[in-house]
Design a protein around this ligand. Sequence first.
Ligand code: FES
Length: 161
Amino acid sequence: MPLIDESTIPAEAKSLVSEIGSTPDKSIPLLQEMQRRYGYIPEKLVEAVAKEIGMPLAELYGVATFYSQFRFTPVGKYLIRVCKGTACHVAGTEMLYSVISDELNVDEGETTEDMLFTLTSVACLGCCSLAPVVMINDTVYGKLTTAKIKKILNGYRNEKG
Ligand code: FES
């Protein structure tokens, strides 16, 4: 996930608003799109978008902080979502989570020092037949074992350049 370049914020706010819309009912889609682009909600971008749509900043922040789906700190290049839904839990996702946490030396919501990985757990990802499932950015990995997840993490590590 790219870190936002502050010099592009006004243009980025305009692009978001022209793509999504500027009416009050668009506040959640706007926030979702910010998070999709950057992996988190950059504070300065919320300010610029609030200005752009003529909404008090406190109001837009109020919406953002109400929903737990929104994150306010930057995430690593690779966002790891470990499914902790029932099917994945039964299939051993806790073990996968511990392996990832140990391998990367991070706990829930934390990012590795090199800003490569952020570890989170989520509820059902909607592909239970593949349990246990881990999603890394937009890629779903199913029927995982601890050996497979280690291999996958190494693949991402080697790709970092
Ligand atoms: S419980 Fe993990 S994908 Fe449904």
